[in-house]
Design a protein around this ligand. Structure first.
Ligand SMILES: [Zn+2]
Ligand SMILES: [Zn+2]
Ligand SMILES: [Zn+2]
Length: 266
């Protein structure tokens, strides 16, 4: 089934910039054991990944922690950005892209479904303005609507809707990788894009079900149905301790953590 959608899809490298739920971990003012933990794998910035292929860096979401994440991981180039949905924890680091514009001396293409793209442009109109091109002070972004399968930076990309409480999120398939955070359910028409996934990154905020996110057991049900070669759980809140979660996960399913790097297909 691995060639269900993309025959012979190339491997990609993935760097988890952030693996936290919307408040991050530690949560401001919280003194729970996970927030006070000295285990760095319990320190989670807001969720985002970089997908690296053929020398290009494709960023998925601009978390509020993008500046810190870039410094920590030595990221000095962003060649394109995909937005999954316009919630604050996935978008509010957009302004940090201006430094990458400055370093690279070029505009950065950004991709999303029509609704998300319109919301992002409403939130950051100056980043899409023809005025003030040049200099370090503003991002310079070129919007691209995703309305079907698309090639981005040499990668085969499908964006498909998933239920996220009262709103829709868009999961992303890149070659044989699927990045699916902020999900409460899969619409019938989206399963096709999931079949044959080799590396599944799936979000879950706590062990118990949440009104707009999978709980751990719902995420594992999805893993069980799709049977990817490997799966990683991300978008975790302070209710989940890294080592405890790792111990209860089945083989080939892992708790993601900030700074984790993986290669698909390996
Ligand atoms: Zn989120
Ligand atoms: Zn806490
Ligand atoms: Zn969300």
């Amino acid at each position: 089934m691995s060639d269900h959608i993309f025959p012979g899809a190339d491997a990609v490298d993935v760097l988890f910039l952030g693996t936290g739920a919307s408040s991050g971990v530690p949560v401001i003012g919280c003194s729970c054991p996970v927030c006070l933990s000295s285990n760095k794998k319990n320190h989670r910035t807001r969720s985002s990944i970089i997908v690296h292929h053929s020398g290009k860096n494709l960023l998925i979401d601009t978390a509020p922690d993008l500046r810190y994440q870039s410094l920590k991981n030595g990221i000095v180039a962003i060649d394109g950005v995909i937005f999954t949905h316009p919630h604050a924890d996935h978008v509010l680091g957009l302004d940090e892209l201006r430094v990458f514009n400055y370093i690279q001396k070029r505009e950065i293409p950004v991709y999303a479904d029509a609704y998300t793209l319109s919301r992002v442009q409403m939130m950051f109109p100056y980043a899409f303005s023809e005025a003030n091109r040049g200099g370090l002070s503003r991002p310079k972004l070129i919007p691209h609507e995703i309305s079907g399968p698309i090639d981005i930076l040499g990668m085969k990309v499908i964006s498909f809707p998933v239920y996220h409480g009262p709103v829709m999120n868009h999961a992303v398939r890149i070659n044989d990788l699927v990045y699916l955070t902020d999900c409460k359910g899969i619409p019938d028409e989206s399963w096709e894009a999931l079949y044959g996934v080799e590396t599944l990154i799936v979000g879950a905020v706590k062990y118990e079900p949440h009104e707009s996110h999978f709980g751990i057991h719902e995420a594992l049900e999805l893993v069980d149905r799709l049977k990817p070669r490997r799966a990683y759980i991300t978008h975790l809140s302070h209710s989940i301790e890294h080592d405890e979660l790792s111990k209860m996960l089945p083989p080939s399913v892992f708790a993601a953590y900030d700074g984790l790097r993986i290669t698909t297909g390996a």
